[in-house]
Every structure is written in C-alpha cells, then in structure tokens.
Design a protein around this ligand. Structure first.
Ligand code: PMP
Ligand code: GLU
Length: 397
C-alpha cells in the first residue's frame, strides 16, 4: 500500500517497541528482566484513583471543552505558580492526552516545511521524529558526559539560524538523568536572548530530583525570556499515571490557541475521568510522590554502584529522572559467541535474546556507545538484571 511520504522520515518509538517486546516475552512465560520501560512501577496514588472513581460514579463521562475542564486548567495554573513561580493564566494552558501529545500539537502548530528545531543530544527518542512529522528539521547539538550534558553555548549559537523556530530543553533529562542547574540554564538563556525563537521546556521529570536543590525552569533564571517559554509537563512520571494519558502545555496564547485547534480536529479533549484525577493529583497530598522519589534514589545508588562494578562499564550517577545511561563503548567491538558486537543496538539485541535482559540502546537517543536502563523497577529486579549483565560481559572476549 502506498502510505504518506512523511512516514519515510520517521521510525517506531524504540523505547515503546523494546518495552512491548519485553512484555510479550514475559507473557510467553520467559523470565525477563526489563530495564526498558520509561514508567514508574508504583500504582497510581489512592486519592487520585478515588477521584476518578467518583467522577465515573457521578457520570462525568461526556465530552469536555477541548482544552481541558476549567477546574483542571486552574489547578495547573496554580501549580505552575506555586511550584515553579511561573505565571500562566488558564487561557495559556492546553490539556492534552499526555505530554507527548502536547509536544506533537506544539510542533504541528509551529512548524512549516524546512523550519528548524534545536535539540540537545542525547535526546528523548521522540523529539526528532515529532519535528519531522511536522515537516521540520531537527538540528542536533551534542553534549557530553564530561560536561554533565550541559550544552556548550558556542555550539548552541552555531546551531541557530534564521530558520530556528524553537529550542528544546529537557531537564531532568531522558535518557541521561542530567539536571541543568542555574549556571547552565543562564548560559543557554544568554545565547537565546539574542535569537527570536520559542523555548520549549519539557519538565516532565521535575519531581524526580536527587540533588537536594529545587527544580529550575529556564524562565526562573531568565524571566525576560518567559513570554516565549512553552512549559510542557504531565502526570505520567510524578504521579505514576502513564496509562491515564494526561499532560499539558503552557505558553503564549496564540500558540496555545493554534494547538487547541489542532486538537479540536484530531483527538478533542483528554479523557474526562482522567482530567478529574489530574485535579486530585495537583491539589492533593504530595506524600506518595515524595515516597516514590526516595525509593528511586535508593535504586539509583544500587544500579550505579552495580554497573560501575562491571568491567568495561562506566556510569555517572544521574541527578534526576529514573534512567542511568552507562557508557559501554569498551564492550563494543568485543566478540560474543564468535561474533563481533557491532554497536549498542546489537548489544541490546544480544542481551534480550540470550540473557532476557531488556536495555534500550543509546543509538536512537543520539548517543552510540551507551545503553539506557530504567531503574523504575524493584531492587530485586535490579540485582537480577545486574547479574545477567555481568554474566554477559564475562563471556566477551
Ligand atoms: N517527555 C519525556 C522526556 C519523556 O520521557 C516522556 C515519556 N513518556 C514524555 C515527554 C511523554 O510522557 P507522557 O506522554 O506519558 O506524558
Ligand atoms: N518516555 C518513556 C521512555 O522513554 C516512555 C516511552 C515513550 O513514550 O517513548 O521510555
């Protein structure tokens, strides 16, 4: 069948497909250890589920306003003020079916053919493909582990052109877990002050921070740029609500209006019951979120230590999110069962096939020579996975 030409520029999400593969193997009875999933393993907090049950019982099951129920938009506006010291009125907010959907709407609303979006690598796998789906061109600015994945202002300046419509910032980062602090953000802001483009900040991992210092959005550091900052966030990671599909964007009114029009003609509103649950998440106790964060921190320490104990693997301790991004360059080029390991994708395949261990290769994140392991899984599972990885490495020659 002849499909749309634009599909040639994109590929399936490698994180979702590896996750699906691991789940399918487990369903067949295989003893799979999965570090693939970018989702917390905890249940959604009870008060959030109760709000959804109440909404269902009250018959809150009809279409809502496309952009979200007023109660939720007000709660988001209040959250952005209270947690982030950001001023976005409810009219500047669009509620969508996940932060992924928010970003998709954004690029669809913003880009014309040939427009450029600057993305720092390593990047979340979906940014470049979402840009391409909107006929835009991703422009990649590399960052390195040695610099804590903070962008080099000179490299950023070089990447900006008259076609640059947006720059994407993601801190804490998927896949590196790196957090951009005040100085790093100020350096980015200084460059962007001289270039009229949108600044998209994807803050979805803001609650998962292990530094002891508060989260910072670029607009906190450079308030003069706030009018062109679009803040994207969601409920999936902080509240363990991946399956509920709820996220939002807050930004300039005309952009939000354009995004809403796209949503009007595509999905309409986010699920009505989920929106009520979202209100409970934002207005209720944050105790369960903090409990999860503390547990993630313990798991982080466990997995970082375990990885660094394996010869040939080097792993930074991430300051946020729930991913480690170990350097495995020393394993690539070695031989396993007589065959040369030719890259991170091959490494990931061997681990899944022979050790039933799911780890996402670095290559689709724009970082060959790395693996991404999610530690949003039980400590016993982490121990088991580390053992398998150690066994694999011991068999390399
Ligand atoms: N941004 C980043 C960096 C992510 O890792 C994810 C993961 N799913 C999303 C956005 C989208 O999350 P969701 O659509 O579940 O809100
Ligand atoms: N963002 C998560 C991940 O990186 C979920 C999967 C996806 O949406 O790509 O694993």
């Amino acid at each position: 069948m002849q499909l749309a030409k634009r599909l040639k520029a994109i590929k399936p999400s490698p994180t979702l497909s590896l996750n699906a593969k691991a789940k399918a193997l487990a369903a067949r009875g295989e003893d799979v250890v999965s570090f693939a999933a970018g989702e917390p393993d905890f249940d959604t907090p009870v008060h959030i589920k109760d709000a959804a049950k109440a909404a269902l019982d009250a018959g809150f099951t009809k279409y809502t306003a496309t952009g979200g129920i007023p109660e939720l938009k007000s709660a988001i506006s209040a959250k952005l003020k209270k947690d982030n010291q950001l001023d976005y009125s409810p009219e500047q907010i669009l509620v969508s079916c996940g932060a992924k959907h928010s970003l998709y709407n954004l690029f669809q609303a913003l880009l014309s053919p040939g427009d450029e979006v600057v993305i720092f690598s390593p990047y979340w796998v979906s940014y470049p493909d979402m840009v391409r789906l909107a006929d835009g061109e991703p422009v990649i600015v590399e960052t390195s582990a040695a610099e804590g994945y903070a962008p080099d202002p000179k490299e950023l300046r070089k990447a900006l052109t008259p076609k640059t419509r947006a720059v994407v910032i993601n801190s804490p980062s998927n896949p590196t877990g790196a957090v951009l602090g005040r100085d790093a953000l100020a350096r980015i802001a200084e460059v962007l002050a001289g270039h009229d483009c949108l600044i998209v900040t994807d803050d979805i991992y803001e609650k998962l921070l292990y530094t002891g210092t508060p989260f910072l959005n670029l607009a906190n550091v450079a308030p003069e740029l706030a009018p062109r900052v679009v803040t994207v966030n969601g409920f999936s990671k902080a509240f363990s609500m991946t399956g509920w599909r709820l996220g939002y964007a807050a930004g300039p009114k005309d952009l939000i209006g354009a995004m809403q029009m796209i949503q009007d003609q595509s999905t309409s509103n986010a699920n009505s019951i989920t929106q009520k649950a979202g209100v409970a998440a934002l207005t209720g106790t944050m105790e369960p979120v903090e409990k999860m964060r503390v547990e993630f921190q313990a798991r982080r320490d466990l997995i970082v230590k375990g990885l660094n104990d394996i010869p040939g693997i080097h792993c930074r301790s991430p300051d946020g999110a729930f991913y480690v991004f170990p350097n495995v360059e020393a394993l690539i080029g070695k031989r396993y069962k007589g065959k040369q390991v030719n890259g991170s994708v091959h490494l990931s395949e061997l681990l899944l096939e022979d050790f039933k261990l799911a780890a996402v290769p670095g290559e689709p994140f724009g970082a060959e020579g790395y693996l991404r392991l999610s530690f949003a899984t039980a400590r016993t599972t982490i121990d088991k996975g580390l053992l398998r990885l150690r066994e694999f490495v011991a068999q390399l020659s």
